[in-house]
Design a protein around this ligand. Structure first.
Ligand code: C2O
Ligand code: CU
Ligand code: CU
Length: 511
């Protein structure tokens, strides 16, 4: 297997160029020397928007996990997995207040699960490792959308196999809409000026199949970036203002988003919804599992590229031979973009205020600490029948999360929740952590103090997860479980279906 080399990680691009971006030098290499990565840029595929079948506020979706073949690389056929298609999945569009029903049909020949990342919902509908769907079986969760407008996503959460299943292509976006956001003058025409952008990275074998071998300590870190499932993607804008909903669906890779001319863009939403006000940025870190919505202005006819520029400080990871190369200094193109035609209408300014969010009240809140180190949290690895945290109230909590490794990055994701980052310490790496989030990046040594607001659906039997969203870490057991109960209640003696492998009791409806 070829060693990952940060200097040659650059395979999606077909150009010869050297661009100076601030202090960072992007060295673009010709792709012709790498089998299969060359060729013309291809049009960015847009996952179909799936509005479901609607009757009033009740909306029904069917998602079928299946195998297929795709052309992630131009003219190379790769076996992939997808929902309702050969690779990735449709973008599910729901509204706050909707009663959602999903039939998740497993047409694979192995067990999987589907988790609604970022959604507040009853644990029995959350789709974690306690909700396996066997081959040929259907799992039919139902819940009422409590989230504000946001970009969420869905992916498998099969214990020990989450990374592999997502890597094969089981991932899709969820757009939650709400009335207040509908009234804002934001780009919202899906596939036109409101563009889903699912970032992943892969490795390929000589025969074009996905390289599914875990690298030591790095798991399924890839060397070839993709956007919506293809390399070297190109977007021809038809408007002067474009909103990208960026999802990092990669197993292990952190991206540092920037445009090739270092232009300023505006961040309008974090993982869990709109920021109070648009924020100007020239770079933006996005770790595995995170989402950002950004808006970029485009001049007619211009060419600009959305890139990932290496983290100047290597994300706080020491750059020495004894530390695995997490790819933090890699630079590469993600999406080439051409501006609209001359007659495209001028874009009105973005609203100055997007939402008036309230801060969670955490005076006297319960405080908990989580120490992340290598593959464990608080010295423990995932146990499907161990309850790590019991929450017996409906108030926000303060979770203090530390990356105790001096040389590994981690991040931290909480199910059924959104949080604000109150404090971020212990590192010189500066991350943009505004707004409501459900996943926070943790450079070596970092401590994030989170005010966490949970969906309140007491159920002693069904646990939720918190974990590192670097999926190799999660699959190695860097995950814990919390149960929400009525005041004074205890978690059930046996969690979930009891076995974690039987669909019979894991299926069905939330209430
Ligand atoms: Cu996106 Cu528990 O995961
Ligand atoms: Cu999640
Ligand atoms: Cu981790």
């Amino acid at each position: 297997m070829p060693e990952l080399n940060r200097r040659t990680f650059f395979k999606g691009a077909g150009v010869l160029a050297a661009t100076v971006v601030g202090a960072q030098v992007l060295v673009a290499c010709s792709s012709d020397d790498v089998r299969g990565y060359g060729g013309e840029p291809r049009t960015l595929p847009i996952p179909p928007a799936d509005l479901g079948t609607r009757e009033g506020s009740s909306v029904h979706f069917a998602l079928e996990a299946q195998t297929g073949e795709s052309q992630i690389l131009p003219d190379v056929t790769t076996k992939t997995w997808g929902f309702n298609g050969t690779h990735l999945g449709p973008t599910l569009v729901v509204k706050k207040g909707d009663d959602v029903h999903v039939d998740v049909i497993n047409n694979l020949d192995e067990m999987t699960t589907v988790h609604w990342h970022g959604m507040k919902l009853p644990a029995i509908a959350d789709g974690g490792p306690h909700s396996p769907i066997g081959p040929g079986q259907t799992w039919s969760p139902t819940w009422t959308v409590a989230n504000d407008a946001a970009t969420l996503w869905y992916h498998p959460h099969t214990h020990g196999l989450t990374g592999l299943h997502a890597y094969r292509g089981l991932a899709g976006m969820i757009i939650v809409e709400d009335e207040a956001t509908d009234k804002l003058d934001l780009p919202r025409e899906y596939g036109v000026d409101d563009i889903p952008l699912v970032l992943m990275d892969h490795r390929f074998l000589e025969d074009g199949s996905l390289d599914e071998e875990d690298l030591p300590d790095l798991g399924l870190l890839g060397d070839t970036p993709t956007a919506n499932g293809i390399t070297n993607a190109h977007f021809d804008a038809t408007t002067r203002r474009v909103r990208f909903r960026v999802l990092n669906g990669s197993n292990m890779r952190f991206y540092n988003l920037a445009f090739s001319d270092t232009r300023t863009f505006q961040v309008i939403a974090s993982d869990s919804g709109l920021l109070d006000e648009p924020q100007d940025r020239t770079t933006l870190a996005i770790g595995p599992g995170e989402r950002w919505e950004i808006v970029v202005e485009l001049e007619p006819g211009e060419d600009v590229t959305l890139e990932s520029v290496g983290f100047e400080d290597n994300y706080g990871v020491p750059d020495d031979e004894f530390v695995p190369d997490f790819g933090m200094s890699d630079s590469f193109q993600l999406l080439t973009i051409t501006g609209p035609s001359d007659d495209a209408a001028q874009a009105p300014a973005l609203p100055g205020v997007l939402v008036k969010s309230t801060e969670p009240d955490v005076i006297d809140a319960t405080e908990r600490t989580f120490i992340m180190n290598t593959f464990s949290i608080n010295d423990l690895q995932m146990d499907m029948q161990r309850v790590d945290v019991v929450i017996d109230h409906d108030q926000p909590e303060v979770w203090i999360v530390t990356n105790d490794n001096s040389d590994w990055p981690h991040n931290f994701h909480v199910h059924d929740a959104r949080f604000k980052v109150l404090k971020f310490e212990g590192t010189d790496v500066e991350l943009f952590n505004d707004g409501w989030k459900d996943t926070v990046g943790l450079p070596p040594g970092a401590t994030a103090t989170l005010a966490v607001e949970f969906g309140h659906y007491p159920d002693p039997q069904w646990p939720y997860m918190y974990h590192c969203h670097m999926l190799y870490h999660e699959d190695q057991g860097m995950m814990g479980q919390f149960v929400i109960v009525e005041p004074g209640d205890e978690p059930a003696a046996v969690l979930g279906s009891g076995t974690g492998s039987s669909i019979d009791s894991a299926g069905g409806h939330a209430h």
